[in-house]
Design a protein around this ligand. Structure first.
Ligand code: FES
Length: 120
C-alpha cells in the first residue's frame, strides 16, 4: 500500500501502487479542477491541461515518469507539476491539488507536512 497525503485538504489516502492519481482524487471526492477544468475537462485523456497537481517534499520518484503528453503540456510549468490523469502512483507521496491557485497558507501546510512522517 501507498499513502497519498493531500496537503490542501489535510487528508491521507491509502491506495495501491499502480493506481491513477486522477482516479484516486475523483474517488475521494476531492476537487482536482479549477474553474476552467470544472467548465470543461477532457475526462482524463491528457488533452485539456486542467488536472494539475504538484509533488511536494521532493517525492518525484514516488510517481510514474513523465509521459510524452506531459513533457509537451508541462513545458512551461514548474518541474514538480504533473497532470494527474497521466500519473500513476508508485509509492507514498505528498501532493498539492490545483497548484495554479495555491492556498494562502501553503508554506504553513508544507511545513506541517514535513513534520509528519509519511509511510513508505
Ligand atoms: S483531465 Fe485533461 S489533461 Fe488531465
Amino acid at each position: 500500500m501507498a499513502t497519498i497525503r493531500f496537503i490542501r485538504e489535510d487528508l491521507e489516502v491509502q491506495c495501491n501502487p499502480g493506481e491513477n492519481l486522477r482516479e484516486l482524487v475523483m474517488k475521494e471526492n476531492l476537487q482536482l479542477y479549477g474553474l476552467k477544468g470544472i467548465l470543461g475537462n477532457c475526462g482524463g485523456a491528457g488533452q485539456c491541461s486542467t488536472c494539475f497537481i504538484s509533488v511536494e517534499g521532493g517525492g518525484k520518484n514516488s510517481l510514474s515518469p513523465l509521459t510524452s503528453v506531459e513533457e509537451e503540456k508541462l513545458k512551461n510549468r514548474p518541474e514538480n507539476w504533473r497532470l494527474a490523469c497521466q500519473t500513476l502512483i508508485k509509492s507514498s507521496a505528498v501532493i498539492l491539488t490545483k497548484p495554479q491557485s495555491p492556498p494562502s497558507n501553503l508554506e504553513e501546510l508544507k511545513k506541517n507536512s514535513e513534520n509528519k512522517k509519511l509511510p513508505r
